[in-house]
Design a protein around this ligand. Structure first.
Ligand code: AMP
Ligand code: MG
Length: 417
């Protein structure tokens, strides 16, 4: 394994006097400052689903590796002109895995099955449904183009072709493609190990009896599930109460085990915001006031050389910030580059007036060919995350949307969910 590079301690620093940072500027800064921090390893292709390629991969074998028949039928030398043609049936056949080793004469046709190599002397196959076989003769009605029903050697992929670029995240269908091109091992980045800490004295575990003022820790399990979808390894640090010493201890623990730390809550500048306080005390934190709704400041910093993403505690804000800011950042750290989600532009089935100054993400879903939004924009309304199937992005500027106006919609799948 190769040693992975480290990030510098000032990689999240914000220029002095910056107040509200537009989303695009924040994303640009993250993209410029983050780089791949994981090592590489070589693994069997069968085990590579979701892994990120550490270098380009080339085909080691052509696909198809030899010219073969696309159908069950008869092989001969084409083409055929309009009208009826007759061939004498050659003895034997060519089947997948047991091809015909002889040569077929110009006056002959040979029985051939799908996937079988085309024998010497043939270049064209006729479908068995399109012929008449009578004893030792085969009758075909032309015309038939030369090379009909034949898959040429290398027509899909030729040996040496670049199959995937460095940074590509392998999908199930890619495993099929790699293996058919003779690739059995791939060099990939080790999964990014992400430690998750929930902070807040009000939090309790889902399997406990919640006291009156307690709430269940919804963020940690939700974030864990998201990270797993992205192919990352999760290190669960648990819940930490609002206590500076305990938060520091948890950060030490997390940073010693993981490549990245994600915390939720305690990220603002309040009395009990110990994540930002601890990172600030360590001298390596910036409160990024990003002009985005939902979302309060993101606390970004370095702890013992490990990047920390301090998310807002509110589950809706934590979810949206994770998709918009944390995903491209983590993917960049993991070797996949700063991924940009793909949006659809569809007419709104709602109307809304939006003030200038910050970008907004609304919980949304498709309704036929239009986009509807969740009835409440309240950031405590976690039910809206499940109601929705994606997010609508409204631009930073002021906007008056009326029914039928086009809006930018990101299905959850565009965030790898
Ligand atoms: P904070 O960022 O600490 O000010 O928290 C903002 C809101 O989110 C508060 O109402 C918290 O109780 C709530 N909250 C914080 N952490 C979680 C969590 N892990 N699960 C659910 N709600 C949370
Ligand atoms: Mg709190």
């Amino acid at each position: 394994m190769k040693e992975a590079p480290k990030l510098s301690n000032d990689c999240f620093s914000m220029p002095q006097g910056v107040d509200w940072t537009p989303v695009d500027d924040a994303l640009k800064m993250l993209q410029d400052r983050l780089k791949t921090i994981v090592k590489t390893e070589t693994i069997p292709v069968e085990l590579s689903d979701g892994r990120i390629l550490a270098g380009p991969v080339k085909a080691r074998r052509s696909n198809p590796p030899f010219t073969n028949s696309a159908v069950d039928g008869y092989a001969f030398k084409g083409a055929l002109s309009d009208g009826q043609h007759c061939f004498s049936l050659a003895e034997g056949r060519s089947a997948a895995g047991t091809s015909f080793l002889g040569t077929v004469q110009a006056t002959e046709a040979l029985r051939i099955l799908t996937g079988a190599a085309l024998p010497e002397g043939t270049d064209t196959v006729v479908l068995e449904e399109d012929v008449l076989v009578d004893g030792y003769s085969l009758y075909i009605n032309g015309p038939l183009r030369q090379n009909s029903n034949v898959r040429q050697e290398g027509e899909d992929t030729f040996e040496g072709l670049k199959l995937f670029a460095k940074g590509h995240q392998i999908q199930p269908q890619d495993i099929g493609r790699l293996i058919s091109a003779g690739v059995s091992q791939v060099t990939v980045y080790c999964p990014l190990r992400v430690a998750i800490i929930s902070t807040g004295s009000e939090l309790c575990e889902p399997d406990t009896v919640a006291q009156n003022e307690q709430i269940f820790d919804a963020n940690r399990p939700m974030l864990q599930a998201i990270l797993k979808r992205w192919g990352m390894d999760v290190v669960d640090i648990g819940i930490v109460t609002d206590d500076a010493a305990l938060v520091r201890e948890a950060l030490n623990d997390a940073a010693s085990q993981a490549d990245v730390v994600i915390t939720s809550a305690g990220a603002s500048a309040g009395d009990e915001d110990h994540v930002s306080a601890s990172l600030t005390a360590a001298g390596n934190m910036s409160l990024w006031r990003i002009a985005v709704k939902p979302g309060r400041p993101l606390a970004l910093g370095m702890w013992n050389g490990v990047p920390v993403f301090g998310l807002p505690g509110n589950p809706v804000a934590a979810f949206v910030c994770t998709l918009i800011f944390v995903r491209p950042s983590l993917m960049q750290l993991a070797g996949a580059g700063f991924v940009v989600p793909k949006s659809l532009t569809l007419p709104a089935s709602f109307s809304k007036t939006k003030k200038a100054g910050r970008r907004e993400y609304l919980r949304a879903r498709r309704q036929g060919e239009t986009i509807e939004i969740f009835a409440s924009e309240g950031s405590g309304r976690i039910s809206g995350l499940s109601w929705a199937e994606g997010l609508v992005e409204l631009p930073d500027e002021a906007l008056e949307i009326i029914t039928g106006n086009l809006v930018k919609y990101f299905p959850y799948s565009s965030f790898g969910l």
